[in-house]
Design a protein around this ligand. Structure first.
Ligand SMILES: Cc1cc2nc3c(=O)[nH]c(=O)nc-3n(C[C@H](O)[C@H](O)[C@H](O)COP(=O)(O)OP(=O)(O)OC[C@H]3O[C@@H](n4cnc5c(N)ncnc54)[C@H](O)[C@@H]3O)c2cc1C
Length: 402
């Protein structure tokens, strides 16, 4: 064996897994097809869950020193144009941030690279090596040369369209459980404050339109909708976004002086409501490769970092016990879902609510008048630890109709 573990992909999930495993004394080979710093199509919203993982990795200060904005709450609007800012306090530690992924991912990746036994950028993994029903390595291409590496375990952290989940028959290809997202950067957007903005506008129901502020009146602007609804309703994402910015009465005035500074780019968000088999003999899948994105907010970075940490713990145990079996590695998925299952099911309820224009109008109208509802929604977006009340159907019914 060349290495204890090969990690395919150096995004948030792969960098987190590499760092935790290397700190545990394991010999990791980290491979990524890109050369960092690299772009990633994303809203660039960083939540409380991500912050605690950055602290554990010891790189929170590197992030604080880098270009970002502090975010203290969320602003919503309903299809009827009711706008509700939630969590407007702006003192103390910010619960969330916006940071361009070209900056954010590079901090994580350089930390992982420093700790890993070896890192190879511009290495495109093309296939897995399997022997006797067990994954034992990867094949790929580095600057035109074919290469293969072997390890006791392989971690698939190669994102939503990665090769590892596809080769293992575990890729999420279910349009009901995937968002299609489109985003671009703008400058001179008016009316932004210290909140991220999620808007449920007619043009994207049952999806949403976001404006995430960046320093200097710049913003990450985008839309997301489930692939099935996009196909069924024949929604063209580019046209829908242009319509919101150029014609929607709430947003047109805010984009009067704005200029798009990058092209519109789209990508897939595999949602955690789809159960995929993220472990087997000799491998685990983490992050987007394991379909872990929050079904309401579209947030995937926090769960990607968490899956990196939990997988590293189980893999370190597997290496110590010399047991790389499916049974042993199944503990990774169990332990991960012990942490995230509550919020996934709570936010799946919110996602269902978002499919109905009249319900959105009711709830967001009520939120405007109720501090309790504001607090619950704010928790769901910024601090996904406490989902007690959101998981409680009685609370939801009362919130909706009382
Ligand atoms: C439009 C959009 C908006 C989003 N907005 C947000 C948001 O605001 N907040 C949030 O938290 N999440 C958001 N997400 C989700 C978030 O981007 C992902 O959940 C997150 O990037 C997952 O991290 P990851 O490490 O699993 O995968 P990735 O970040 O995709 O990293 C995968 C890595 O694998 C590498 N790779 C791929 N294939 C290969 C190969 N064959 N060989 C070698 N390397 C390979 C890639 O180069 C990449 O570096 C959004 C996603 C989209 C599409």
């Amino acid at each position: 064996m060349d290495y204890d573990v090969i990690v395919v992909g150096g995004g948030p999930s792969g960098s987190s897994c590499t760092a935790f495993l290397s700190k545990a004394g394991k010999k990791v080979l980290l491979l990524d097809r890109a050369r960092f710093p690299r772009e990633k199509i994303c809203g660039d919203g960083i939540s409380g869950r991500s912050v605690s993982l950055l602290k554990e990795l010891g790189i929170f200060q590197n992030f604080k020193d880098a270009e970002h904005t502090d975010m203290y709450g969320v602003t919503f609007s309903s299809p009827d144009g009711t706008v509700v800012p939630v969590g407007a306090k702006d003192k103390g530690d910010a619960p969330g941030f916006v940071c361009r992924r070209i900056v954010f991912d590079n901090i994580l990746f350089q930390n992982a690279k420093k700790l890993a036994a070896k890192t190879i950028e511009e290495f495109i993994v093309t296939d897995l090596i399997t022997e006797g029903g067990k994954v034992v390595g990867v094949k790929g291409n580095h600057k035109g040369k074919e290469k293969a590496f072997r390890a006791k375990l392989v971690v698939g952290a190669d994102g939503a369209a990665g090769v590892t989940a596809r080769k293992l028959g575990a890729a999420n290809a279910d349009g009901d459980h995937q968002y299609a997202g489109l985003r671009a950067y703008y400058e001179n957007v008016d009316g932004m404050g210290k909140t991220i903005e999620l808007h449920f506008v007619k043009e994207t129901i049952p999806g949403y339109f976001w404006i995430f502020p960046l320093p200097g009146k710049r913003a990450n602007v985008g839309i997301a909708i489930t692939v099935t609804e996009m196909k069924n309703k024949k929604i063209n994402l580019v046209k829908a976004m242009e319509e919101i910015i150029n014609a929607n009465p709430v947003f047109r005035p805010r984009f009067n002086n704005a200029k798009r500074t990058t092209s519109l780019k789209s990508w897939i968000l595999p949602l955690a409501t789809k159960k995929v088999k993220s472990y087997g003999n000799g491998y685990v899948l983490i992050g987007d490769a394991a379909s872990l994105i929050d079904p309401f907010t579209g947030e995937g970075i926090g769960n990607a970092l968490t899956s990196g940490k939990v997988s590293a713990q189980v893999i370190a145990e597997a290496l110590n016990e010399n047991d790389f079996s499916e049974a042993k590695l199944s503990q990774y998925r169990k332990r991960l879902f012990d942490i995230i299952a509550g919020e996934v099911s709570a936010n799946a309820r919110l996602q269902m609510l978002g499919k109905h224009e009249f319900l959105l109008n009711i709830v967001i109208g009520k939120a405007k008048r109720s501090d309790e509802i504001k607090a619950v929604i704010s928790d769901a977006i910024l601090d996904p630890k406490d989902h007690g009340r959101l998981s409680d159907p009685v609370f939801l019914l009362k919130a909706l109709f009382a």
